[in-house]
Design a protein around this ligand. Structure first.
Ligand code: FES
Length: 103
């Protein structure tokens, strides 16, 4: 498994979400209660950027048509799609956040 450095921990504040690039792929990093989780940035419904969405607990809401996903499992919870998001392993060491595209 190859972990790639994507940002500093402080760039994803608690309750926040942001888009980073991992080997050319857009990934949404979510900070749930201090834990950083990574899912696909591209909404499977119509390509909305989930990194611009809103995080409510473990639920990420797409900014375009409000599809909802669990960011721990990737499962679609509601809205216009039932397709799950891919989830990615995250490592935090010191201030650095690293993501791997495969488990
Ligand atoms: S693009 Fe995400 S809900 Fe439509």
């Amino acid at each position: 498994v190859e972990f790639v450095e994507v940002c500093n921990r402080g760039e994803v504040p608690e309750g926040g979400v942001r888009t980073v690039k991992v080997a050319g792929r857009a990934v949404a990093l979510c900070n749930v209660g201090g834990e950083i989780l990574a899912v696909d940035d591209v909404c499977p419904h119509a390509g909305g950027s989930l990194g611009r969405g809103r995080l409510e607990g473990e639920t990420l809401v797409c900014p375009l048509h409000r599809a909802q996903f669990n960011v721990r499992t990737g499962e679609a919870l509601g809205g216009p799609t039932t397709e799950a998001l891919a989830t990615y392993p995250v490592q935090v060491s010191g201030d650095l956040v690293r993501v791997a595209l495969s488990a």
